[in-house]
Design a protein around this ligand. Sequence first.
Ligand code: APR
Length: 259
Amino acid sequence: AYADAAADADYAAADADAAAYAARKAFWLAIRDRLLAELAAAASITKPRSRPMTTDTQEPAAVPRDVFSRISVVVGDITAQPYVDVIVNAANESLLGGGGVDGAIHRAAGPKLLEACRVLGGCPTGSSRMTPAFCLNANLVAHAVGPMWQGGDKGEPALLAHAYRSAMRMAGLHAAGIVALPAISTGVYGYPVDLATKIAVREVIAALLEWTSMSVRLVCFDEKTAIVYQHELFSFFHEWGLAGGHVLDLPDCSAGGSK
Ligand code: APR
């Protein structure tokens, strides 16, 4: 009788989990359908209004669809991502660790990461440095230093763009396949998520145009950030007239990871 009760409890728990996951999946599907409906309704723009890229590569005639199939948005912990070649860290200029992503990466990588960072002697804001990933589930860590938000008129947008660009270039030069990216500067550094996401999406897409074997996983720690990323990616489609050209992967909510 005891075993039956325990089994019943397990089944009940599994049913509850399945129901919760189904509800989250329905939540995301509803958001995607709404965004697709908005795109379909507004897909009157037939050519790019302005080149949104911030790199010096020659102007692409149009962003090839395969670029969008190499971007995914997930909700979760960046240190728990499977099959990643390079994890990008949201570091500070000392490179000696901190909280947020930085703290999680140092905890998961182990003390050797701090030793390797010490040797580097720091990194200026808007740039990045590469180290091995040690005990992390990845090969390399690109420590990118984004700007602290000071109102937006102290060069923060350019510094954030350069931090992403530098980390992506480092990953490309190391022949990275899958790159896991956090929302740099949007935590402790206080950069407004919507403004930072515009920069992140344009820099990632510019990098994927340059590094054709690279894929990027935008790892958001909470669903709110993931929704902003999804929306920014969709409006980027809109700008390039690719509305409906490719439906992005749904974020995997089963990994949990809300703040
Ligand atoms: N996995 C994925 N994303 C995470 C994780 C994690 N484990 N932890 C936090 N985040 C998210 C935050 O919710 C935020 O959206 O990463 C984004 C960046 O937040 P921070 O890690 O605070 O980084 P940032 O805002 O760039 O500030 C950098 O904070 O941790 C210190 O040493 C770091 O001084 C540096 C500063």
